[in-house]
Design a protein around this ligand. Structure first.
Ligand code: ATP
Length: 388
């Protein structure tokens, strides 16, 4: 659909946005490759919608430029930019049927024979059989698909999606995430998606920019961000991380640290800062990387694993896994997720246990950061209600 010979990357150079003395977006340089599915992810108020609106032309940047390919569009009004936006409130025309809603953009451009294009677009979003229904006769997910079809009909170079699934319930949202991903793969145009939902961003996007306080804190492929967070904010905001405060005993290809008398090892390459012997380091490990055994079985563990002792203080069975909270000398609240294959009935609150994991699964972060950044306990993060 797009001209593959011309580079259609979205380029933001030094764009920022001030409202009076408040800076909603700090100067930001960002390139969104043509044809990618890109997500701006962050808590409420981090500046993601403002960034999207500056790409759309709905907000004038205080500084910097917006370019689409070689063309600078900073001062073009929204309707002159080759972009279109899908909002959370799909805002379909209630008096028009689905066909006419999708045809609207073509008719406005004076195009008379719209049938083939509208039919193709309705097929793309799998709503061909609903062409003659009115919006109120469709479910929320179907209405959102009409909104996507309506936004794509004029072949924009970039489709901007502002929390498009926010009004849908959780199950429908999951379905729509896969559906949007399929549509994006099929049409091949750049999608820029704004969401506060980390699972949504990771499911759909090739590249995620995690925003915090008007800045991009880290940018990368979902698995890269998850496995190698560079800040405590990203470690906590994207999934859950156990962060252990430790002092560095030896630094090099392998880093050896101590926390409350327990020695732990991790690869130097997985540290986002350069550890120095005698300095401090936050040692991170994801809950699903950790295994649990009753303390009296720890002698049988293979050597070379990181090991921590503790006591189970809480456990919750959530079907695929059981989630444990462990009080340990190295950290008062370690989280461990154990897959429910064969459930060990000895792993109950009060049980003394040993946690063990492969040192390769450990990452290191600069210790001069708040361990709470990006968690519910962080004053900077507003909690967002999840519709069930
Ligand atoms: P949400 O998910 O809640 O929409 P967001 O990350 O998209 O949050 P923005 O809408 O980009 O956040 O807003 C960033 C910050 O800028 C917020 O603190 C917001 O209150 C502020 N802001 C946005 N628009 C204006 C405005 N017109 N005037 C003053 N402040 C604004």
């Amino acid at each position: 659909m797009t001209d593959k010979t011309a580079s259609g990357d979205v380029r933001l150079a030094g764009i920022s946005k001030h409202y009076g003395s408040f800076t909603a977006v700090h100067p930001l340089d960002l390139t969104i490759p043509q044809g990618s599915f890109f997500a701006l992810l962050g808590a409420s108020g981090c500046g993601k919608t403002t960034t999207l609106r500056m790409i759309a032309g709905l907000e004038e940047p205080s500084t910097g430029t917006v370019s689409l390919g070689e063309r600078e569009v900073t001062h073009l009004p929204p309707y002159k930019r080759p972009v279109n936006t899908v909002f959370q409130s799909y805002a379909l025309f209630p008096h028009m049927d689905i066909f006419e809603n999708v045809a609207f953009g073509l008719r406005r451009r004076g195009i008379k024979s719209v049938k083939k294009q509208v039919d193709d677009m309705l097929d793309l979003v799998q709503l061909g059989q609903f062409a003659r229904r009115k919006p109120h006769q469709l479910s929320g997910g179907q209405q959102q698909r009409v909104a996507v079809a309506r936004a794509l009909i004029n072949h924009p170079q970039v489709l901007l999606l502002d929390e498009p699934l926010g009004a849908l319930d959780l199950k429908l949202r999951r379905q729509m995430q896969l559906e949007l991903k399929r549509i994006q793969t099929e049409v091949g145009i750049t999608f820029v998606h704004v969401t506060h939902d980390q699972e949504e961003a990771m499911t759909m996007a090739d590249t995620v920019a995690v925003m915090n306080g008007g800045r991009v804190e880290q940018l990368g492929a979902p698995a890269e961000l998850y496995e190698n967070p560079r800040t405590t904010f990203v470690a906590n905001f994207l999934g859950t991380s156990n962060l252990i405060q430790a002092s560095v005993d030896a630094a090099g290809e392998e880093v050896v640290v101590s926390a409350a008398g327990t020695r732990l090892r991790l690869p130097g390459a997985r540290c986002s800062t350069t550890p120095k012997a005698g300095g401090n380091l936050l040692v991170g490990v994801r809950p699903e990387k950790i295994s649990l055994v009753p303390a009296d079985e720890a002698h049988a563990l293979a050597p070379g694993r990181n090991r921590v002792t503790g006591r189970i203080v809480a456990s919750s069975f959530i079907g695929v896994s059981t989630q444990f909270v462990i009080d340990s000398p190295v950290c008062p609240e370690l989280e461990v997720y154990v897959q429910n294959i064969e459930r060990d009935t000895r792993l109950v609150p009060g049980a003394e246990v040993v946690l063990h994991w492969n040192p390769e699964h450990t990452f290191g972060l600069d210790a001069a950061q708040s361990v709470l950044a990006g968690t519910m306990g962080d004053a900077g993060v507003e909690t967002v209600e999840e519709s069930a």
